[in-house]
Design a protein around this ligand. Structure first.
Ligand SMILES: [Zn+2]
Length: 453
């Protein structure tokens, strides 16, 4: 059973799902106003890895991740470029999915768009106003955070301590600086929808709480996102659900941030944001980024630098080389995957998705497999190798063997080994020339002829 650190309790908890064998997961997705960067890539990979591992463990996963297609930032961008918000959102959403596909992330099982749920958002806000948990001002409708007794649960702070730390508010109509907008009244030239409070648009925190409850239902299993979303976004999503008496996420999971060289925070103001499109130019294979994410704990920050990326690329080469050696065996060795490696990998993954230790197990097995192959213990090498390939595939990293070599060519290699063993060097040389003539390279190794493209 999978144990995960829960942000709400601060402890590692078993992920006990509402329905056995089925997990309902909501991950805050993209606000589509700019091209995706490596921080977006990281969180998408983290939850893709979680989902794939759950599926590998035999569970069905409902993976919902939203697209925020109306938001202040989209409006600002649209105004700057004199283009409609829909066009901005459509352009960057297309870029988003293209980048996610390059990273090998599965498409979520559902991708709700905020603008398709406006009616339900208005309904929720009306309910909150009716309950006295929200109030109207000149510029919108605000949620009264004091309406929720355990407000601050995720932030691990009391309402009082948060209040004293809050910035002095410019909006004098707000009753508390922590109260947040559920509905924003439209200024001239802003897109709008009708509501009992006039034309306007929903606030971001309302978008996610409505979409998660609409698609996954009350008490869904897990809510995830980056650590930067814990407060106020997730706290405020939860507060609205609590205020209407609906149980919200059973488990909260948050991933660490991406750091630039020297542990520097990645931010627009520091000018060190690396876009995914720029990353793909730097690394020849996007799988290297998945491997870098796997080699870091999901709760820890990761440093993305030319060094960490090239280390990950080199490690990826070791995996692909192993796949190549396995391919060379063809179906000569029918050994199954090594169960000790499989068990060790699963045990580490089940311990709060400890992917760094889980991948360490796999790289140790790659070493073992290479030693076995070199010692002509092809059966042992194949067992270890197959376990490695299976485990990496379970977390979405498909090993690519050097292009598969046809059986007829591998046969020539075997005949050459036999000729050499019989000291018939003329025949061995003729076979070597034949293989080279077919466009392959011939290498002599301790384990015999090795053919490469
Ligand atoms: Zn959200």
């Amino acid at each position: 059973m999978l144990r995960l650190h829960d942000t709400a309790t601060g402890r590692s908890e078993e992920l006990v799902t509402r329905q056995p064998g089925r997990a309902g997961i909501y991950v805050c997705g993209s606000t589509v106003y700019g091209p995706p960067h490596i921080g977006h890539g990281r969180f998408s990979l983290v939850y893709d890895i979680l989902r794939r591992f759950l599926e590998y463990s035999g569970m069905a996963v409902d993976h919902v991740s939203n697209v925020t297609d109306i938001d202040d930032k989209i409006i600002t961008k649209a105004n700057e470029e004199h283009r409609p918000t829909e066009e901005i959102a459509a352009q960057y959403e297309a870029e988003w999915w293209e980048a996610m596909s390059k990273l090998g992330c599965l498409l979520p099982t559902e991708v709700p768009h905020a603008t398709a749920f406006i009616d339900q958002m208005v309904q929720l806000i009306s309910e909150l106003v009716g309950l006295g948990s929200a109030y109207e001002t000149n510029d919108g409708v605000y949620f009264t955070v004091s309406a929720v007794a355990d407000y601050g649960l995720l932030a691990h702070q009391s309402l009082d301590s948060m209040r004293s730390g809050a910035r002095v508010e410019v909006n004098e109509e707000k009753r508390s600086p922590l109260d947040f907008a559920l509905w924003k009244k439209a200024k001239p030239s802003e897109p709008w929808w009708s509501s009992p409070w006039g034309r306007g648009r929903p606030g971001w925190h309302t978008e996610c709480v409505v979409m998660s409850l609409a698609l996954l239902g009350e008490g869904f299993d897990l809510h995830g996102g980056g650590q930067d979303l814990i407060f106020p976004h997730h706290e405020n999503e939860r507060a609205q659900s609590v205020a209407i008496g609906k149980s919200f996420a059973r488990h909260w999971m948050h991933n660490g941030m991406v750091e630039a060289r020297g542990g520097e925070k990645m931010s627009k103001s520091l000018g060190n944001v690396l876009l995914l499109s720029e990353l793909f130019e730097q690394i020849r294979d996007p799988r290297a980024y998945r491997l870098l994410v796997l080699q870091s704990h999901y709760r820890a920050p990761i440093e993305v630098t030319p060094t960490t990326l090239s280390d990950a690329s080199a490690a990826l080469d070791r995996l692909d080389a192993l796949r190549g050696r396995l391919a060379e065996l063809g179906d000569q060795e029918s050994e199954g995957a090594d169960s000790e490696v499989l068990d060790a990998f699963r045990a580490r993954m089940q311990d709060d998705l400890d992917t760094p230790r889980a991948t360490a197990v796999l790289f140790e097995a790659i070493r073992g497999a290479n030693i076995a192959f070199d010692a002509r213990e092809a059966g042992r090498g194949a067992q270890l190798g197959r376990a490695v390939i299976e485990c990496f595939a379970a977390v979405g990293l498909q090993a690519k063997g050097v292009a598969e070599i046809p059986g007829s060519v591998l046969d020539l290699g075997r005949r050459r080994d036999k000729a050499r063993a019989e000291r018939d060097f003329a025949a061995a040389d003729a076979l070597r020339a034949e293989i080279i003539g077919l466009g392959y390279l011939v290498e002599d190794t301790a384990a015999g002829t090795r053919i490469r493209r």
